[in-house]
Design a protein around this ligand. Structure first.
Ligand SMILES: Cc1cc2nc3c(=O)[nH]c(=O)nc-3n(C[C@H](O)[C@H](O)[C@H](O)COP(=O)(O)OP(=O)(O)OC[C@H]3O[C@@H](n4cnc5c(N)ncnc54)[C@H](O)[C@@H]3O)c2cc1C
Length: 455
């Protein structure tokens, strides 16, 4: 195997242990080989070889998905895609063809050069846009335009036997202008975490770069007040994003590490409002509407807050590295994120916070109306000590997962920790179809086989 990999890639990396685990509670697994692609045509060659030998392949960019999703199969191959980083932008139709290694920082720069823009996750600037879109990630434009899965107009991918597939309108015209009107095979690659193929190019919608932009923070004394604003604001169609973060995020951002209970005078939820416009008059309408919707929580422009509190810089200009989540003593970070009903947000947030606090963790919750208010995201984030608390965190994830699924929330970037709960609830026909599709595309089971391995 080694000689074949050297022939295809010019060498193999020896640091297999560095790819065994990630920051989460998910079980580490050590690959046998790590190879780095520098050309897309190496991907089908590898997949043909791996299929012939029955060796699992896990595609990976930076591995910072916080769901254990790039943890390889034991004894498999990690395919490092960081060096595939070409970007091609069609500015007339506002779409970018991107390779897996294209980072948020890079796509922002390229898009701005042609008067276009995109939304950002609260993720480090070097992480992969393509992988985030494949995982249906969320951004500072999620209220206006939905999750990143909705932004995908098509992909170019390789199946396990090395067959190349192009989906979306590009399948016929070579131009990725729309997801339809052909049958939607793009969906075969979304939320599978590399389990159906390796995507070498993805077409991502971009949006006009507005002349004026504002980001404001609205402090709410309770979660319910903040959610009421989000619900009303979502339906106006005026805002790109209304995302809420609970009080521990602010404390950690200010460098306070060990948090006690919340001071009753302290806001419980901070809503971050993002919006933009091309004229001052349009901007004024949005500003005023936001103030009308939240009379008791006057918005504070982030730029003004920064003058008082420079520690809040990561919230001002995205993409940014949230050091308070990534660089703490203990090194563990995980979350459970879900898509679910708008009308149960308060109930879901409260139920989850009770469970998180009961386990001795600060209740860091993220709430967000999506796609004009058609559904909501509810996410709980924990930092933990990897050496000491991994087992406890696994149990907490399961308890929380159960409570959220009981309220109709469906996990995204679904970690293996939750597979048992998912298996118990998923439609049997859906599950059988997933298995049949996978078998048909990948009969030897080499494509990131531990993902969606439901018990
Ligand atoms: C502190 C922090 C905050 C974050 N906040 C957010 C947030 O607000 N919103 C959000 O959406 N995300 C968030 N993220 C996650 C982040 O945006 C994504 O992890 C990232 O953009 C995906 O890139 P990656 O390099 O981590 O992908 P990886 O972890 O390398 O890959 C992710 C998955 O995709 C698969 N994969 C990778 N490349 C391919 C390919 N070419 N073909 C098929 N499958 C592939 C992998 O096998 C894996 O299953 C956050 C991450 C951190 C660390």
């Amino acid at each position: 195997m080694r000689e074949d990999l050297v022939r295809i890639f010019g060498g193999v990396h020896e640091d297999v242990a560095a790819h065994a685990g990630d920051m989460t509670e998910n079980e580490p697994r050590t690959p046998a080989f790590v190879v780095e692609a520098t050309r897309a045509d190496q991907v089908p060659e590898l997949l043909r070889l791996a299929s012939a030998r029955g060796v699992p392949v896990t595609p990976k960019v930076t591995g910072l998905n916080i769901g254990g999703l790039a943890i390889p199969a034991e004894g498999g191959i990690v395919l490092d895609l960081r060096k595939l980083d070409r970007v091609e932008i069609d500015r007339h139709n506002m779409v970018a063809w991107i390779e897996p290694g294209v980072s948020w920082a890079r796509l922002k720069e390229e898009a701005h050069k042609v008067g276009l823009a995109l939304g950002f996750p609260l993720a480090p600037p070097e992480t992969s846009v393509l992988a985030c879109a494949l995982m249906d990630g969320l951004s500072t434009m999620a209220l206006a335009h939905g999750s990143f899965g909705d932004w995908v107009h098509g992909v170019e991918a390789y199946l396990a036997d090395g067959t190349k597939v192009v989906t979306g309108s590009a399948a016929m015209s070579g131009r990725p202008l729309s997801r339809g009107p052909l049958p939607d095979l793009t969906g075969m690659f979304l939320n599978w975490y590399g389990g159906t193929g390796v995507v070498t190019r993805l077409a991502l919608a971009l949006w006009p770069k507005r002349a004026f932009r504002e980001r404001e923070i609205l402090p709410f004394k309770d979660i319910e007040g903040g959610i009421a604003l989000m619900r009303a604001g979502a339906r106006t169609g005026l805002f790109d994003d209304l995302g809420g973060l609970s009080w521990p995020a602010a404390k950690w951002a200010f460098g306070l590490d060990r948090l006690g209970p919340r001071d009753p005078n302290e806001p419980e939820l901070y809503v971050i409002a993002d919006y933009g416009a091309d004229t001052k008059a349009e901007m004024k309408v949005k500003e005023e509407r936001l103030r009308e919707l939240a009379p008791g929580a006057p918005p504070i422009p982030v730029a003004e807050l920064l003058a008082l509190a420079p520690d809040l810089q990561p919230f001002a200009e995205l993409p940014a590295r949230l050091g308070f989540l990534m660089d703490h003593e203990g090194g563990g970070l995980t979350w459970i994120g879900t898509f679910g009903p708008m009308e149960r947000l308060e109930e879901g947030a409260r139920a989850g916070m009770r469970i998180v606090e009961g386990s001795g963790n600060p209740p860091l919750v993220v709430v967000r109306p999506m796609k004009g208010g058609h559904y909501a995201v509810l996410r709980f984030i924990f930092r933990f000590d990897k050496a000491r608390d991994t087992e406890r965190v696994r149990a907490l994830m399961v308890e929380l997962g159960r409570a959220l699924m009981d309220l109709g929330y469906v996990p995204y970037k679904c970690p293996a920790t939750l597979y048992e709960e998912v298996a118990r609830r998923i439609d049997p026909g859906f599950r059988a179809l997933m298995e049949r599709m996978r078998k048909a595309i990948d009969p030897k089971g080499i494509l990131n086989p531990d993902r969606w391995k439901l018990p």
